[in-house]
Design a protein around this ligand. Structure first.
Ligand SMILES: Cc1cc2nc3c(=O)[nH]c(=O)nc-3n(C[C@H](O)[C@H](O)[C@H](O)COP(=O)(O)O)c2cc1C
Length: 345
């Protein structure tokens, strides 16, 4: 109930600063056992009927946090307190990267949207893996939240060598994440989306599955801007190489989803991926198309524009096995998971 007031204050800060400040605050709360317990009791909806087994993993509930929110796996305890069933860390790259110049994250409040061109800023696979190992080794470690590792390539890596970056990330994170997502759909790394082409994907997935001796689920995250012929290629590819599921979708480059005033604003903001409420229908159309082609053969994690329980329901109705929030978390606040799960019951 007080979140709109907190949000208004946070929105006075630049978006990235607001993100850092709020996560630091939540980290502090999470570190105090009694406060952590109070928050967990308040926000977590623990009900056996919400648990779901998807690609062989046991999810305590089907609402997760999308990639890019906790890129460095630095806030997992704080986020777990808010009831997420799973969190996708990353995008992780082999070497640490600073990402694009700031400002690179922008709010469009009246359409509950964001534009970002972060550019895979992250601490690199080695440090992130170390952080995850230490968390698991902590004496108080007790968690049933699933961790996904979203992996990408460094900006300096040529596309022809991209598969090596994906393999390096896989090897680095294999022991500390539960599933992987191959991200070839971010619009903010030049040329990355070209890797969504069938032969490039075949190479990446064949190389990854070659080293995947313990059968970790490896999913593919796709852009909502693909033509149906490219979606058909991906559907066909799932029968040719082992892909364990899809994440649909990433942010869009389509500015026509914005109203006239915000289209002008977006021109001033410049390049970047658009997310939030405006993405719901577009990402649902892609989801429906994929589900029509794949059916129940492969699970789909749905991402894009989830704010309210009805948004999550529209994704489950369209064939999703799990849903993720991101921009909705910024606008709706920490109760978003609880609100969705209450309705799902
Ligand atoms: C600031 C920001 C950073 C993001 N970073 C990543 C990323 O590193 N990797 C990725 O796969 N998706 C990234 N995403 C995309 C989200 O995971 C999600 O798929 C997308 O925002 C659509 O969901 P939404 O409308 O609920 O935000 C990012 C999104 C935002 C807003």
């Amino acid at each position: 109930m007080i979140y709109p007031i907190i949000r208004n204050s946070l929105f006075l800060l630049p978006p990235e600063t607001a993100h850092e400040v709020s996560m630091k605050g939540l980290d502090l709360v999470a570190a105090i056992p009694s406060a952590n317990k109070w928050m967990s009791d308040y926000y977590k909806v623990s009900k056996q009927s919400l648990a779901k087994t998807v690609f062989g993993l046991h999810f305590p509930n089907p609402v997760g946090l999308g990639a890019g929110f906790d890129k460095n796996a630095a806030h997992l305890d704080a986020l777990e307190m808010l009831g997420f069933g799973f969190i996708e860390i990353g995008t992780v790259t082999p070497k640490p990267q600073a990402g694009n110049a700031k400002p690179r994250l922008f709010r469009i409040p009246d359409q509950k949207a964001l534009i970002n061109r972060m550019g895979f800023n992250n601490d690199g696979v080695e440090l992130i893996a170390k952080r995850l190992k230490e968390r698991k080794a902590h004496v108080y470690y007790k968690s049933n939240m699933i961790i996904g590792g979203n992996i990408g390539k460094n900006k300096v890596t040529e596309n022809q060598d991209a598969w090596k970056d994906y393999c390096t990330n896989f090897i680095g994170l294999e022991d500390v994440v539960d599933y992987f997502v191959v991200n070839v759909s971010s619009p903010n790394t030049p040329g990355l989306r070209e890797l969504q082409e069938k032969e490039a994907l075949r190479k990446i997935f064949s190389e990854l599955q070659n080293i995947n001796k313990n059968n970790k689920p490896i999913l593919l995250k796709i852009a909502p801007d693909l033509e149906t012929s490219a979606l058909d290629d991906i559907i066909a590819l799932t029968s040719e190489v082992k892909i364990d599921g899809l994440v649909s979708s990433n942010t869009t480059l389509d500015r026509s989803l914005l109203n006239e005033m915000n289209t002008e604003r977006a021109k001033v903001i410049g390049p970047g991926g658009l997310s939030g409420q405006v993405l719901l229908n577009k990402s649902n159309q892609v989801l429906e198309y994929l589900y029509r082609g794949i059916g129940d053969k492969l699970p789909i994690i749905a991402s894009g524009g989830v704010f309210k329980p009805a948004d999550a329901k529209s994704k489950f109705d369209a064939g999703a096995s799990l849903v993720q929030v991101w921009t909705g978390f910024i606008y709706e606040g920490p109760s978003i998971v609880k609100n969705i799960l209450k309705e799902l019951k």
